[in-house]
Design a binder for this molecule. Structure first.
Ligand SMILES: [Zn+2]
Length: 344
């Protein structure tokens, strides 16, 4: 697949912006006004739209838009057994990290029927001839809305809870490969929330990808719930632990941080591919192709062109579809401009 890609290939992080009609349809599905067939058609239509938007924008490697997921990870809790629903901590005012539904373990958690990413990926394959990438959250991110307390199945031990999700993620990644995935990105934005545990998180990541025969990307960002970050917005503390990750590509956000720490690659040494966020998904400012090309030029000062690929900083779920589509077009145009300059 890689042989067919241009230099500085563009791809997406995973999720696409939901169109207005889809939100309306989701409300109808929630209240039981849609039948199974209506619902399936709705999700298929939304997914096709996300795929077409990426194709029409000129993105080189595409995803299904994660239109079947809700608020990034919420859908996955429905796939887990051994969880009890808890009320959100805050129900009034602006929606934020303290507004989300939470869960508590009633016993050790299992995921008997998989996380559902294989079904998403299989559908994607039926809808496009372009190179594709599958995405799956890692165990830290999957655990983020589960509260463990003294005396429950994990006795307040968050790491034990995360480790219990590792076999499920490993099985999911292997199932994705069996379904035809040759490039899988593991998303671990929540790994950036607790400084000091990077080494343990990487051990966990390596256990998740054990025996997974595909190109593996690792996305670490600082959170993107309704465009708000949550973590300490620096990659510096994660190194050198992150270099132990058995992945072929790091996928990091830079545009929203005004390309801060891009120079770190010169210190660290680029021993694998780096996908750099050169489009800010948290801002309505529409980058011009020139803006994107300037950011790419900065990346190229520290990362060899053959190891660099270009992405939006994170998923587009928190922005409307039109913003996502517009930014994708500008990402592709900026990449073209950067390639021309590189060629010249
Ligand atoms: Zn992200």
């Amino acid at each position: 697949m890689a042989a067919t890609l241009p230099i500085l290939p563009t791809h997406v992080m995973g999720s696409h912006g939901f169109p207005g009609w889809f939100w309306t349809a989701l409300d109808k599905i929630k209240t039981g006004e849609y039948g199974q067939t209506d619902a399936r058609e709705t999700f298929d239509d939304a997914t096709q739209l996300a795929i077409r938007d990426q194709e029409r924008a000129g993105i080189d490697v595409i995803c299904d838009g994660e239109m079947r997921r809700f608020f990034f990870v919420q859908t996955f809790y429905g796939k887990m057994e051994g969880l009890e629903h808890l009320d959100p901590l805050r129900k009034t005012g602006l929606y934020a990290y303290d507004s989300v539904p939470r869960y508590r373990p009633t016993r050790r958690i299992t995921v008997p029927k998989g996380l559902g990413t294989v079904e998403e990926f299989t559908y994607l394959l039926t809808q496009t001839d372009r190179p594709v990438k599958a995405t799956c959250p890692g165990p830290v991110t999957l655990s983020i809305h589960i509260q463990t307390r003294p005396g429950d199945a994990y006795d307040n031990d968050r790491l034990a809870l995360c480790w219990d999700l590792v076999p499920a993620v490993n099985a999911e990644l292997k199932a994705l490969v069996a379904a035809g995935a040759t490039w899988i990105q593991v998303d671990e934005p929540s790994a950036a929330i607790v400084p000091g545990q990077a080494a343990e998180y990487i051990k966990m990541f390596n256990a998740c990808v054990e025996g997974v025969e595909a190109k593996l990307g690792l996305h670490v960002c600082f959170g993107n719930l309704l465009s708000r970050p949550r973590g300490k917005r620096s990659y510096r503390w994660m190194f050198p632990a992150l270099l132990e990750a058995r992945c072929q590509q790091f996928v990091f956000e830079y545009a929203n941080r005004e390309m801060a720490e891009i120079e770190m690659w010169k210190e660290i040494g680029v021993d694998r591919e780096v996908a750099c966020g050169v489009v800010d998904v948290k801002s309505f400012y529409m980058e011009t192709p020139e803006d994107v090309a300037e950011r790419v030029a900065l990346c190229l000062e520290h990362i060899p062109a053959e190891r660099l690929s270009l992405v939006p900083d994170c998923g587009f779920f928190p922005v409307p579809r039109w913003v996502a589509f517009e930014k994708l077009k500008r990402l592709a145009a900026g990449a073209k401009l950067a390639r021309r300059r590189l060629g010249g």
